[in-house]
Design a protein around this ligand. Sequence first.
Ligand code: NAD
Ligand code: ZN
Length: 360
Amino acid sequence: MSYKNFPMVPRVVFGRGSFDQLGELIEPKRLNINAPFIFLVDDVFKLDGELTSRIPLAYNDRIIYVSADEEPKTSQVDELVESIIVTSKERPSGIIGVGGGTILDLAKAVAIMLTNNGKSEDYQGWDLVKNKAVYHVGIPTISGTGSEVSRTTVLTGPKRKLGINSDYTPFDQVVLDPELTNGVPKDQWFYTGMDCFIHSVESLNGTYLNAFSKTYGDMAYGLCKEIYLNGGLPTKEAQDKLMMASWHGGMSIAYSQVGVAHAVSYGLSYLLGTKHGIGNCIVFNHLEEFYPKDVALFKTMMAKHDIQLPQGICSDLSESDLNIMIDVALGLEPLWENAVGKNWKKTITSKKLKELYLKM
Ligand code: NAD
Ligand code: ZN
């Protein structure tokens, strides 16, 4: 048995208001005055003069606002890299992502593609990246995905939705400032937070579980219960805790795998463009067979926060569309093996998945 030698984020700052330390954190990493820092910022902050004024720009540094309306695509990564190369005198000193999982994943992928030839779709998979990425910093503004700690950046390409999983993917520096999550709309707070809850459930109930994953998973699970079983809007303390839950949830799946909700929701996302957080919730709501205790808990949390999920999203789909989703889901073999065991193909059939999709 050979065990994975797993890279971790080497530096992290945690604290309310810590965003203001960004300038002093990155300045020693500046290669020279012609090598800018590029800030990829969620465009939800474009009109927020307060956050923008706190971004420490110097020399030729610049901000690129990016929409998070759609999840990251390989073509989008390639275009961003191209535009950064043609508008910078030298290769950037660093890429700094400020936003949710969408922007964090884009920042990781752009940093990788600035030092690796070809198209980003060529690197979707495991350990295909050859050269170290440009220095990159992740600053989450919504909590739950665990992208801030993970070894992957999930991209939708022409052929598949799959991560660039590599030792060069994790951030060199993360800044965890829970104050940045102040403006998150309630429904989105629930969906992205539930991504973390589902990471912990899928890890804790998986066949790949080990003590490393369990300790992180238990922590994320306990924190999510504490936060979401309380009604009302998140307090400062709950914002702090959810940011750490996200971190632990991400660490928990690092050394194990996700499971049924993720496999099935990747199908929804590939065909219908359903976003990750809400997609996971739509699927998880119907997974009593796999995670009975936690689906019941999830329904209680939804009721506490008056969350209404869309219904009937697959009811008008053609047979061939359903088959596309089923193929995407069944293609995620490690997820099924983790969820159901080595003999998963005996019970997880196309027919079963079709019935499941038609319930949503
Ligand atoms: P997101 O980044 O798409 O953001 C969701 C919405 O919240 C957007 O409209 C965004 O503009 C808004 N938002 C973010 N911060 C805000 C703030 N402070 N105030 C107001 N609005 C704010 O959502 P997400 O759930 O964080 O990320 C989903 C993405 O993460 C997917 O692309 C998914 O594939 C990816 N993901 C990656 C990993 C990984 O390990 N790399 C893990 C899980 C999910
Ligand atoms: Zn997830």
